[in-house]
Design a protein. Sequence first.
Length: 231
Amino acid sequence: MQHILIADDNNDITDILSTYAQKEGYEPIVASDGVEALELFQKYDPVAVLLDVMMPKEDGYEVCRKIRSKSNTPVILITARGEDFEKIMGLDIGADDYIVKPFSPSEVMARVRAVLRRMTNATQPQKSENTISISNLEINLDEYTLYIDNKKMSLTKKEIETMWTLAKNPNKVFTRDNLLDSLWGFDYFGDSRTVDSHIKRLRAKLDKVEHSEWTIKTIWGVGYKFEIEEA
């Protein structure tokens, strides 16, 4: 279970925040001073920290500085003082959010969800618009690569462009003339048999790796389509 560290010398506050953290599915760990907060942080590696500013031994600002020096774990400062300069100082030393007492426990949990969501979004790799992922297939047109089950396939530039065109439009039937125009251009002087030969070579390469959930299907008398197999 994921832990949330709650550090405050007021037992009433730690009790109510612990209750709400449990409702959210987290396991609360509680510290009553700054030194204990750092010890528990090191021991449990929580997913988030709720940190009172005015605590014995070490205040919340110092605890936040020390946490931030070694971790990107979200820290939300909680204080009875809401002056702007204190909020700015808290954010400048690395806090992710700042809540002023008295507060609603539900709002605190909403802030926790928000900072965790931001962190998740920030760390997730962003797919390029020129990347297609379908089942075990990934095509990257920026890098001109095609992978099946994380195995890089040895394909020509035109073969990757063919797969991109078909897979970008699953279940859409492309006539041979469509593919000639899209991949070779209007000025190409070849005929539809060029497409057939090209697709045949492409299939032979793709069939070296299992891909039972998708296929390039021939539509007799018309052309081809990228078909996603039904389970």
